[in-house]
Design a protein. Structure first.
Length: 154
């Protein structure tokens, strides 16, 4: 008799058979032993991070994060036999993605993504990164120093 393991919330545990970062680092391919296969975009994983920074400490504290369209995954690190830690190129690395959460992210992708896009719009946010303002042009100095005094100190 094959007995299925159940997590503390009563849901069947999902065990991954493959977790592979795409060559362009813009998606994570995840396959599970029940046949579930998902391609999870880096942006989606970043804005859905289970970290307190994104999720808060209660549903009311959950943040909607914009500006992550171009985010990439730098590293996928196994954590015991229950999760992976993803490091993104914006240096976010505090979320542990458990197997059940990864499975849910894949299974619920369409609905979660549509909700995220609606929340961005409601808040006037964009998926695109904010453009950095150009640094003001340096003023030429009268003397040799950049402090403008001519002392040559810089």
């Amino acid at each position: 008799m094959n007995q299925q393991t159940v997590d503390p919330q009563g849901a069947p545990e999902r065990w991954p058979t493959e977790i592979r970062l795409a060559g362009d680092k813009r998606s994570l391919n995840v396959a599970f032993e029940d046949g579930g296969r998902f391609v999870l975009p880096a942006e989606y994983l970043r804005v859905s991070s289970p970290s307190a920074e994104v999720q808060g400490h209660s549903p009311a504290e959950r943040k909607v994060i914009g500006g992550k369209r171009d985010v990439a995954i730098l590293k996928v690190e196994p954590i015991g036999n229950y999760a992976v830690k993803l490091t993104f190129d914006d240096m976010h690395d505090t979320g542990l993605f458990g197997w059940a959460y990864l499975y849910d992210l894949g299974r619920e992708y369409r609905n979660r993504w549509a909700t995220y896009l609606s929340e961005l719009e409601e808040r006037g946010l964009s998926r695109d990164p904010a453009r950095r303002a150009a640094a003001p042009a340096a003023k030429p100095s009268d003397g040799g120093g950049s402090c403008g005094s001519g002392c040559g100190c810089h």
